[in-house]
Design a protein around this ligand. Structure first.
Ligand code: SF4
Length: 492
């Protein structure tokens, strides 16, 4: 057994609510939101905290969380206390809410460990989406409680990620998860969840390795994590690493020791035939009717994933006045307001316009994402946010692009159609996700071998696709994007 039950929490450099990490522009504090939900009262508290203790820049993340940038020196403890009082962290009872984080090291470690494992994503329209087979939120709450209270799970990496998918049409299907579960169409009034490991639900291929009843989902998740912790070597933080070494059969053999509930295996006809219904990410923009007729969800996106405290307060007021009082964050770094009555939709749309959010998917800034970049991030080779703004003014129609300051790709867990990877100030290499027939005559294996000549090149090729141009200015990048888009468009 690699991770004994007495294993101390894994040390991590990732930001968390009680682990504020230094960046060039001050401390970075990440606030994880169960199911991406932020109540209006919490939004007001967070806006006040960002203004009082940090720079006021609030970032939306690609896992539907928020992070505060520029936490001031000496203000961390007051910030954490304020966020905990707003119930924006793991709930450890009175000690967690009233303890002194600055002096109580053990309490700080307990909070960070409980916070780190709260990596369960649901889809933004959970419980509302007209096409979902299942409202995943109650199950998600049960799993989140289990994750943060099980001492052994503190050994999990903060990157260990789970997806609980209710079959919504508004869904992210291109993120990889260590464990994913997706609601199957109900069968004789019984709900089943297909599940898989180290990947994502597929709309085209057989992908599930088994299925369990809805009531057994928390027990299965617990058993899968216990199995991973049994088998993982200390350096293996993600399930794909352990599976690559020990194989799926050995993993499933071990799983049987932990799981007591009935599990349909992957050869079961219903499981092998199951495919995830296609998603429609464009539904994150604009108004769409919910499962309950006469109520709508309305979505919009802040430019480049950042808002300020005034915008957050404006969103909270809209949610309070016209909806269910909750601002939902999405993995596209956008927001969704839910339970808007038909007669209030236009008021909400006007309110979103007034706080400066984008409701039109065709807007260039709705098709552009960028990581924090310099000067905030010391790893960045360029000021990606400023360059993204300049590029948006020149961006060809229909092109989606991601600007990344380095190969870590913090702004996107998926591979965007085009990525501009910074190589120096104001200069980028251009990558294309899909590889249509070679445009320059060089065959793909030869090209991949050539560009994979260094570790960063290999990682960039894996993350972003094929490098099609190098060392471009922003103006040159706009031209190259237009050319690449025309050449890959069969109708052009
Ligand atoms: S992708 Fe790199 S440069 Fe951009 S924020 Fe992440 S670590 Fe910094």
């Amino acid at each position: 057994m690699s991770h004994a039950s007495s294993t101390p929490p894994r040390l991590s450099a990732c930001p968390a609510l009680s682990r504020i990490v230094d960046a060039r522009d001050g401390g970075l504090c990440r606030v994880k939101l169960p199911c991406g939900e932020l109540r209006a009262d919490q939004a007001f508290a967070l806006a006040d905290a960002a203004e009082t203790h940090a720079s006021g820049i609030i970032e939306l993340t690609n896992r539907a969380n928020l992070q505060l940038r520029g936490v001031r020196s000496g203000e961390a403890s007051a910030l954490i206390e304020r966020l905990l009082r707003a119930r924006l962290g793991p709930q450890l009872g009175e000690a967690g809410e009233d303890g002194d984080i600055a002096r109580d090291v053990a309490l700080g470690q307990r909070l960070a460990a409980a916070d780190d494992v709260r990596n369960l994503m649901t889809n933004p329209g959970a419980g509302r989406d007209a096409y979902a087979s299942y409202d995943t939120r109650p199950l998600a709450r049960e799993i989140l409680n289990m994750l943060q209270y099980a001492p052994r799970f503190a050994a999990l990496s903060p990157k260990f990620a789970l997806l609980l998918d209710g079959g919504e049409r508004l869904a992210v299907l291109d993120h990889s998860h260590d464990i994913w579960l997706c609601a199957m169409p109900p069968e004789d009034a019984q709900a089943w969840f297909a599940f898989g490991l180290a990947g994502r639900p597929s709309t085209e291929q057989r992908c599930a390795i088994g299925a369990v009843r809805d009531v057994d989902v928390p027990a299965l998740v617990r058993a899968l994590i216990e199995t991973f912790l049994d088998l993982a070597e200390p350096h293996e933080t993600r399930l794909r690493e352990t599976l690559a070494r020990c194989g799926i059969d050995a993993f499933l053999d071990r799983l049987h020791a932990h799981v007591a509930c009935p599990v349909r295996n992957g050869d079961d006809r219903a499981v092998s035939a199951w495919r995830r219904t296609p998603a429609e990410p464009s539904l994150r923009f604009g108004a769409h009717e919910q499962r309950t007729r006469g109520f709508w969800h309305v979505g919009a996106q802040p430019a480049l994933g950042r808002i300020d405290p005034a915008t957050l307060r404006g969103l909270a007021r809209l949610a309070q006045d016209c909806g269910d009082g909750i601002v939902r964050m999405t993995p596209w770094q956008s927001v969704l307001l839910t339970d808007i009555a038909s007669e209030a939709v236009s008021r909400v749309e006007a309110g979103l316009d007034a706080v400066g959010l984008l409701r039109d998917a065709a807007h260039p800034l709705a098709r552009t994402i960028a990581c924090a970049g310099s000067p905030g991030c010391s790893k960045s080779h360029a000021d990606t946010k400023a360059d993204a703004l300049a590029l948006a003014a020149l961006l060809p129609d229909d092109v989606e692009v991601h600007l990344s300051g380095c190969v870590r790709s913090c702004a996107a867990a998926h591979c965007a159609p085009y990525t501009l990877l910074a190589v120096e100030r104001g200069r980028y290499d251009l990558y294309r996700r899909s590889v249509p027939p070679d445009l320059d005559g060089e065959n793909e294996p030869a090209r991949s071998a050539r560009i994979a000549s260094s570790t960063d090149d290999a990682l960039a090729a894996r993350r972003f696709g094929r490098r099609i141009a190098t060392h471009l200015t922003i103006e040159e990048a706009a031209v190259a994007l237009g050319t690449a888009a025309r050449r890959s468009d069969p109708h052009a």
